[in-house]
Design a protein around this ligand. Structure first.
Ligand SMILES: Nc1ncnc2c1ncn2[C@@H]1O[C@H](COP(=O)(O)OP(=O)(O)OP(=O)(O)O)[C@@H](O)[C@H]1O
Length: 268
């Protein structure tokens, strides 16, 4: 339960999926998924491979529609406004709802500093040199990378370690001031130390940005999230949410036996 003080400090936005279904061609891969991802919280999406977690995540910032023959039904509300409403600008939606991918994808030849501000061009934001410098420092600090790179901001992003590159990608996402950050298995390509640093970054960002993370790592879901949704696609049926709730409850006292089996590693 959040206190009044917590609420005052909490930024980010509430993202709500309502009855979201998805198809690739004729094949239905998600069936009426409803999930509210609250401001000030990390929501973890868990479930076995192929149950539609990434598809759901990509629907949340209008990336699903980039796949030819992909379609969807239902709505996604960002602070109450449907991101799929006709006339709503896709670039603005993607600015407000950023994405960090499984494999760190900085621009390798571009400097660390320029990587951070790379998204500004896409959103048509112009900033002075001084603003740019302070934005670079702010975003690298928020992403937990500033101290490690402050003396080499002109070096290429590709020269960083994998974990540093992933934090650079987080800094790049933050530079366009998103309300929500979607993360698709952001640590699966990282070693344990880098994973821990990224998890610390997620914890630090929680009160500033609403975070939704897909992870196969149950310990990670338990460590970083406050809310959790368990997806399942049984016997070729489309993926759906079996159970959702406070992470502590889903892990220690789940209602559905399939949730208990999954979080305890008995399948998946
Ligand atoms: N571009 C695509 N074209 C056709 N089918 C796709 C496409 N992407 C995903 N699918 C199918 O949609 C279903 C859900 O896939 P999705 O990647 O969302 O699952 P997931 O739970 O994220 O899996 P994983 O944990 O392995 O990443 C799968 O059956 C997959 O084969």
């Amino acid at each position: 339960m959040q206190t009044e003080v917590d609420l005052e400090l909490t930024l980010g936005a509430t993202l709500a999926a309502v009855d979201v279904s998805a198809w690739f061609g004729q094949r239905k891969v998600l069936d009426r998924v409803s999930l509210t991802m609250g401001a000030g919280e990390v929501t973890a999406l868990i479930g076995p491979s192929g149950c539609g977690k990434s598809t759901f995540l990509r629907i949340l910032n209008r990336m699903h529609e980039l796949v030819p023959a992909a379609s969807l039904a239902g709505s996604v509300l960002l602070d109450g406004q449907d991101i799929y409403e006709p006339g709503r600008r896709i670039t603005e939606t993607r600015r407000r709802i950023g994405m960090v991918f499984q494999k760190p994808n900085p621009f390798p030849a571009m400097s660390i500093a320029d990587n951070v501000t790379a998204g500004l061009k896409l959103t048509g934001t112009s900033v002075s040199r001084a603003e740019r410098e302070s934005l670079v420092e702010e975003c690298l600090t928020r992403a937990g990378l500033w101290k490690e790179v402050r003396d080499r901001l002109r070096q290429p992003g590709g020269a960083l370690s994998g974990g540093q590159q992933q934090r650079l990608c987080i800094a790049r996402s933050l530079a366009v001031r998103p309300d929500v950050l979607l993360m698709d298995e952001p640590c699966s390509a990282l070693d344990p130390t880098s994973t821990r640093r990224v998890e610390e970054t997620i914890a630090d960002l929680r009160t500033e940005v609403t975070i939704v993370i897909v992870t196969h790592n149950m310990q990670q879901a338990a460590r970083v999230s406050q809310h959790c949704a368990f997806f399942l696609a049984e016997d070729g049926t489309p993926g759906h949410i079996v159970e959702q709730g406070r992470t502590s409850t889903v892990f220690s006292d789940p209602v559905d036996p399939r949730t208990a089996d999954y979080v305890n590693g008995r399948f998946g």
